[in-house]
Design a protein around this ligand. Structure first.
Ligand code: ADP
Length: 401
């Protein structure tokens, strides 16, 4: 069975085609600049050369058609016909309180995703375009949706409610939802397998640290708290996002700097974080290079980023009354030796014994970076959200047969 995974944005679309029999990736790629005459299609068929094509792609239906054309192309393709695609899985950012797990797409599901546009105005409308585009090109293929929020729906009320008038929750569903759930779930399962222990018995803190970053407290395989909130702005300091701050700063800064709602939102989402403090970049690689070259602002940005992450790990140890393992994943978590080292060397009070040599070795694979016998294990596990989406889609599609 072959599953096509789609992550549709407003002007871009990423795809991966999985063969579920041997869990291999048959092809992957992306379409960028949808809506323009010079849209770019990048197609990477397994075992064949990469293809770049510039053409007019004005909307998502054409983008999907071009992707399907590539997948069945006599030279650049990996399938003989689109009928070999058994199901399509979509990443959907916001499932609100309605979706606690992945589901097959039907009219009710589409209506509900649309109802949630308010909570994810930049993401959910684009996902709907992706779903409609697949429907237009392959009307009979089953489609599933996999939500970034679903894994965190197990949070208890004290973790997901904000201490503000309950009318905001009742009327407008203002609460913590959390994001990166597919990744937190995936690395939790892999961590249990790596440790050879049942997930149900583990207390994990999973740290998904990429451009966007979040931590989760995973107790017995269920998310019981996470650092992102109603939107992906809360929590850790990120590349361009502030993360936690005193909410009173918002009206104060708006008044002093004469900012509109749109401007303050843009400041906190796009012009804060590592970028704002370092004045150099939102990219952790460039920050680390600048730190090593002695740049004081980069060092301050790094120290704030690390400090805020370490505080969350400490908080989640309190949330779960202990930790068995800390898991690092995503771009920064998987690759920044310096970040992992700085965090872990200051967690000795929890019982972390950090292994510097292991921290430098074994890039790209699941690995342990704590010393044998460390009370709290520290793991690095490369995330694979696309595979999780394929797996859920496969399971749901099989039920339809
Ligand atoms: P996204 O949230 O967009 O999916 P990723 O998980 O791909 O992001 O993470 C991107 C981040 O990973 C970038 O900020 C980049 O700085 C960081 N990164 C990638 N490689 C390294 C590295 N070797 N050292 C430090 N940071 C890295």
């Amino acid at each position: 069975m072959n599953i096509l995974v789609i992550n549709a944005g407003s002007s871009s679309l990423k795809y991966q085609l999985f063969n579920m029999k041997d869990e291999s990736v048959l092809a992957k790629g992306k379409v960028e600049r949808i809506g323009m005459e010079t849209a770019i299609l990048t197609h990477e068929p397994s075992g064949k050369s990469e293809v770049h094509e510039v053409s007019e792609i004005l909307e998502h239906t054409t983008a999907i058609r071009k992707v399907l054309d590539k997948l069945v192309h006599p030279q650049q393709g990996v399938l003989t016909s689109t009928a070999e695609i058994d199901a399509v899985g979509h990443r959907v950012v916001h499932g609100g309180e309605s979706f606690k797990s992945s589901v097959l797409v039907n009219e009710d599901v589409k209506r509900e995703i649309k109802r949630l546009f308010d909570l994810a105005p930049l993401h959910n409308p684009a996902h709907m375009l992706g779903i409609a585009a697949v429907e237009a090109n392959m009307p009979d293929v089953p489609q599933a949706v996999v939500f970034d929020t679903a894994f965190h729906q197990s949070m208890p009320a004290p973790a997901y409610l904000y201490p503000v008038p309950m009318a905001l929750y009742r009327k407008h569903k203002v609460r913590r939802y959390g994001f990166h759930g597919t990744s937190h779930k995936y690395v939790s399962e892999r961590a249990a397998a790596f440790l050879g222990r049942p997930l149900e018995q583990l207390k994990l803190v999973t740290c998904h640290i990429g451009n966007g970053a979040s931590c989760a407290a995973v107790l017995g395989g269920k998310s019981v708290d996470t650092s992102m909130g109603m939107t992906p702005l809360e929590g850790l300091m990120m590349g361009t996002r502030s993360g936690d701050l005193d909410p009173a700063i918002v009206p104060f800064a708006m008044g002093k700097e004469d900012l509109t709602l749109g401007e303050i939102s843009s400041m906190l989402n796009k012009h804060s974080g590592l970028q704002a403090i370092s004045g150099i970049s939102s990219d952790m690689r460039e920050i680390v290079e600048a730190v090593e070259a002695g740049d004081k602002n980069a060092k301050l940005a790094f120290d704030m980023y690390e400090y805020r992450l370490r505080k969350y790990i400490g908080a989640y140890a309190a949330a779960m009354n202990g930790i068995d393992a800390i898991v690092f994943t995503a771009g920064v978590g998987e690759n920044s030796e310096l970040l992992r080292k700085t965090v872990c060397e200051q967690l000795t009070f929890l019982g972390v014994e950090f292994d510097e040599e292991a921290n430098r070795a074994g890039r790209g694979q699941d690995r342990r970076i704590s010393k044998p016998g460390s009370k709290v294990e520290v793991l690095v596990i490369p995330t694979n959200e696309e595979w999780m989406i394929a797996r859920d889609t496969y399971a749901l599609a099989q039920k339809t047969n």
